[in-house]
Ligand binder design. Structure first.
Ligand code: ADP
Ligand code: MG
Length: 658
């Protein structure tokens, strides 16, 4: 059991899981420990906690903020704040034996503090606890969710992205460590002992003035960037830049140290933040299989790198040993653990205040690992990510800048070719067969699609619409279609299969957070890049197909095998119908590309699904993996987990496997 960081009585608002559930307010006793916020029933007479009523895993928290009090709030509800999970939902998991039971705990947790001072202190400490969480929300809802609507923006979807931009503040690792060290609970004052309210308030420093997001943020370039349009600014890896304005999510206006200004792709830089970006050994977006591939390719004894672990906010050291004698070459993965004081350690307990200190020590001492960390292995020079569009503001591409090199395949809209843009950049070019697409509608939508940017989505670069056939130009992925890859290329390793599921779930969680529906998620609509990363493609495209066989649910090309009952019966699409399809896609992954319900025809599938038939457990999937698929196939859409939660379940499972 970790030390208690803070404890207090608060009023807690009921979660209002359904639109019709009553709102009520109960006094609960809250305790904050490292990693967990819990609340209890409290026996005032005996002066002790009775039963645990609920808890929030701090790793899954995406936002901690003030809430505007209600109009005419009673005095005890004047100082509300919120602890929110993924887009307003958080998840609790209970493991019983090998089975994964999932309990959904919807909506932000609303808590009312007694004074402004107490509220400020809790928010301050909670923010410290969660500040290295992955995917902290960039926006939040400043008002309550009441009776099916957000009072701030009047959106009626609980998962709707927040409507208020959060201001970012950067703080370094050492700040985090000193915060953790100072977390000893203070002794109660006599006054508090009397009425069993355990912790006195620690005086807080006044809130520093918060810089607005649009002003002077320092970033470091993680990759070189050669300007693609006249308004772009060149980036040199490792150099510092100042962001002047975030005009759009993907292209920021920035200044280099010589005073040159221009637009830069926001995913090529990272905020000077956890301090790890500057180290050659830190490979941010790399999974276990990719790390192994890279280390084996380098083939150096003691080759190592540090990567983000599959669990949010944690890091893993991957080391290669050439073996020798009887020992075979091997990659080992060591999770960087934290002790109760917030210090970091690896295999044996040598503790350090910062990760760079820990790495420095292990460069000289194996201390329990297969080898000391001898050679830095880095991917940083190789894999620059895709930009959203080929330069700032460019979405109409001049076809004279494209060279077609070879055919990749043929799809619903016609031929797809591999080629180069301006002779340098790999691209895939979809040549849209005339009469196969409702083009004007698509061209309008393409402007929205261009803004979608995520490591696990195939990037749309732009379109050529001034000639016929029109072209859709996207990122090129050298390993092609996932379905073919599974059937022909893969020698399966359980971790690699699960990493593929994680990739897709992350891309889909991004779409879900923007309420963007895919409508045709399946292995045939995923592609694999040179590193084995899976990316989702063709999102939303099915709306522009001109072919009744494809668009009508009775048509022969309709994706019946990937559709839930409510789509087959009432054409009701939602993020939860995408979740169903994701379950089927996981099944395709774990069967290495089998056809779902292979012995049934479409009519039989519709009938049997209604009477409860589901796909069987593939041999390569264990019970835990199968329980994730099965959760996606719940009859009622609301019983299926949202993608945000699927991501964290899969991350936890992967973490347990490393
Ligand atoms: P459509 O969506 O029009 O039916 P597809 O996207 O399925 O067409 O493309 C046909 C084939 O072309 C795919 O199976 C894949 O092998 C190849 N392909 C399509 N897009 C890419 C890409 N971006 N990178 C690499 N290969 C691609
Ligand atoms: Mg396709």
């Amino acid at each position: 059991m970790g030390d208690i960081i803070l404890e207090d009585f608060f009023i807690k608002r009921s979660q209002q899981k359904k639109k019709t559930s009553p709102l009520n307010y109960k006094e609960r006793f809250f305790t904050l420990k490292q990693g967990k916020l819990s609340y209890y029933d409290y026996d005032l007479e005996k002066g002790k906690k009775k039963s645990l009523k609920g808890s929030v895993d701090l790793e899954k928290v995406k936002c901690v903020e003030n809430v505007e009090p209600e109009l005419n709030a009673p005095p005890e509800r004047t100082y509300p704040f919120q602890v929110a999970g993924s887009c307003g939902t958080s998840l609790q998991q209970t493991l019983t034996g090998d089975t994964l039971w999932i309990i959904y705990d919807e909506g932000p947790l609303y808590i009312f503090a007694k004074t402004e001072e107490i509220r400020r202190q809790w928010i301050h400490v909670l923010k410290q606890e969660v500040k290295y969480n992955k995917d902290l929300l960039p926006k939040y809802h400043p008002c309550f969710w009441v009776d099916g609507v957000w009072l701030c923006c009047h959106q009626e979807v609980k998962q709707a992205m927040g409507c208020m931009v959060l201001e970012t503040r950067s703080t370094g690792f050492s700040a985090q460590v000193s915060q953790r060290k100072s977390r000893k609970p203070l002794p109660p004052t006599p006054d508090q002992e009397k009425n069993s309210r355990p912790l006195p308030l620690q005086p807080l420093p006044p809130e520093p003035p918060q810089p607005a997001t649009s002003l002077e943020m320092k970033v470091i370039a993680e990759y070189d960037y050669v300007p693609q349009s006249e308004q772009d600014l060149e980036l040199k890896r490792g150099e510092e830049y100042t962001v002047l304005a975030k005009d759009s999510a993907n292209w920021w206006k920035a200044k280099d140290r010589y005073g040159n200004e221009g637009y830069i792709p926001s995913n090529f830089v990272s905020e000077v933040q956890n301090g790890l970006e500057q180290f050659e050994w830190y490979c941010k977006n790399m999974n276990r299989s990719q790390a192994e591939n890279l280390l084996r390719k380098e083939n150096k004894d003691g080759g190592f790198l540090v990567r983000d672990s599959s669990k949010a906010g944690k890091y893993t050291v991957s080391v290669f040993s050439k073996g020798g004698g009887d020992a075979a070459p091997a990659c080992r993965h060591y999770n960087i653990c934290t002790n109760q004081q917030g210090q970091f350690y690896l295999a044996e307990r040598h503790n350090f205040d910062t990760i760079p200190d820990l790495i420095k020590y292990h460069q000289h001492n194996a201390a329990g690992m297969v080898s000391r960390l001898k050679y830095v292995v880095s991917n940083k020079t190789q894999n620059a990510p895709s930009t959203a569009g080929l330069g700032y503001g460019v979405w109409e591409i001049d076809p004279r800048h494209l060279t077609c090199i070879k055919d990749l395949g043929c799809g619903q809209f016609g031929v797809v070719k591999y080629g180069k843009w301006q002779g340098r950049h790999d691209v895939a070019i979809k040549m849209i067969k005339e009469g196969s697409m409702s083009e004007d509608d698509f061209i309008e939508e393409a402007k929205v699609m261009m803004k979608l940017q995520h490591t696990n989505l195939v990037q749309l670069y732009g379109v050529c619409t001034k000639q016929r056939p029109i072209y859709i130009v996207t990122e090129f992925l050298s390993n092609g279609c996932l379905l073919t890859y599974l059937r022909e290329v893969m020698t399966p390793h359980p971790i690699q299969l699960l990493e593929m599921c994680k990739d897709v779930s992350e891309g889909m969680a991004y779409l879900e957070s923007l309420q963007y529906l895919h409508r045709d998620l399946a292995a045939r609509n995923c592609l694999v890049d040179g590193n084995g990363t899976v990316k989702v493609t063709d999102f939303g495209l099915s709306r522009y197909v001109l072919d009744d066989e494809y668009t009508s649910s009775e048509g022969s090309k309709f994706p019946v095998r990937w559709s839930p009952p409510e789509v087959l019966l009432y054409c009701k699409f939602s993020s939860k119908s995408d979740v169903w399809a994701f379950g089927v896609l996981m099944w395709e992954i774990y069967t290495l590309g089998k056809m779902p319900y292979e012995r049934l025809n479409n009519t039989e599938i519709v009938q049997k699904l209604s009477s409860g038939l589901r796909l069987y457990r593939p041999q390569l999937a264990n019970e835990r993996v199968y329980s994730i698929m099965a959760a996606c196939w719940n009859e009622k859409p609301e019983d299926r987990p949202p993608f945000q939660e699927l991501v964290s379940i899969i991350q936890d499972l992967l973490y347990d496997l490393q």
